[in-house]
Each structure stands twice: as C-alpha cells, then as structure tokens.
Design a binder for this molecule. Structure first.
Ligand code: ATP
Ligand code: MG
Length: 161
C-alpha cells in the first residue's frame, strides 16, 4: 500500500541518517507522531530529525517536562514525550496544544497518551526486527505536503510499488 511504506535500519547511526532525510520534508505546522515500545528508537528518530534541521547539542528526554523546544536557522522543533502524562486534560491544561500545528515541527513520542490525531502528520510506527539492532519503520502520511518517499528508497524494505 503506497501510503504505508516500510523502511528498515540496522544501527542507531543508520536511523539518525534516515531521520535526517525526513527533516527537509517537514514544515512548520507538521507533526511527526512516533509509535513504538520502550526502547524502540523514538528518541533516536527525534534526534535525527533535529540534527537534519541543524539543531546541535544534547537532547535530554522530555519525559518529565513533557516538551522541550529547539530552534536553529529560524526553524523550530518541539520534542514531546507524553509517556508520563496522566490524562489528556493535563496536556491541554499545560497549554501544550499550542505547539502542535503551530510555528514549528512537533515530534511526539507517546501521542496516544493525549489522544493526539493532528493533521498534517506523519505517523511512524517503529518495531524491532530480526537482529538486535534492526528497526522497521512504517510511515503513513496524513497530509504532510513535503513527504517524498522517493528520497528514502535506500532504506525501503517492502516491495517497491
Ligand atoms: N536501528 C536502530 N535504530 C535506533 N535505535 C537503535 C537501533 N539499533 C539499536 N538501537 C538502540 O535502541 C535504543 C533506542 O532508544 P530510544 O531512547 O530511542 O527509544 P524510545 O523509543 O525513545 O524509548 P522510550 O519509550 O523509553 O522513550 C537505543 O539504545 C539505541 O542505541
Ligand atoms: Mg524516548
């Protein structure tokens, strides 16, 4: 199915490169929703997107602060980790909804904790593969205008259409 494309990487470094290739496809107002178990690679993917946007330096986990903002070259990225959210109301009470579909790219770990379903968004499911360091990424695009799967063919692992 052309709107559920699968990609595979075999190391953290390769995921960083794959994620950096997504950065130029993303514009302010786009969201990237990351689904996957603990340790799947959501934070690695978020870091790769940030690096691709020119954001350098450490990226501590937003687990307790829920969101950390970054900025480089006039581009903003909001990195969310909603794992510790007790319920969706807390997300709205904290005013976090302002940063999804706003003036930057929102990259969200555990979006289900706030029942988030924004558009435009790339939905990325991360699953473990055969080897310890194998990760499979299933991307579904819901309205991100710049998404260009052709530039990601080197990581593609399903049968090309
Ligand atoms: N191909 C790969 N891509 C990404 N990470 C990999 C890969 N192979 C191994 N890893 C390792 O898997 C781990 C991924 O951790 P990461 O913090 O990104 O997970 P997470 O999905 O954000 O988990 P959490 O839900 O706890 O936030 C890292 O230790 C990383 O080195
Ligand atoms: Mg994480």
């Amino acid at each position: 199915m052309t709107n559920h494309i699968q990609y595979e990487t075999h190391s953290e470094q390769e995921t960083l490169a794959f994620a950096s290739s997504l950065s130029p496809m993303l514009s302010a107002g786009d969201a990237v929703l990351l689904e996957g178990d603990l340790g799947a690679g959501k934070s690695v993917l978020a870091r790769g997107i940030a690096r691709g946007m020119g954001i350098e330096g450490p990226m501590p986990s937003p687990t307790f602060t829920l969101m950390i903002p970054y900025e480089a070259n006039g581009h903003r990225l909001y990195h969310f980790d909603l794992y510790r959210l007790s319920d969706p109301d807390e997300y709205y009470a904290a005013g976090l909804d302002e940063f999804v579909g706003g003036d930057g790219v929102a990259v969200v770990e555990w979006p289900g904790m706030a029942e988030l379903d924004p558009e435009p968004a790339l939905h990325i499911l991360i699953e473990r593969g055969a080897g310890d360091d194998t990760r499979r990424f299933t991307i579904e695009n819901r309205g991100v205008a710049g998404y260009a799967p052709r530039t990601l063919t080197r990581w593609r692992c399903d049968d090309a259409e």
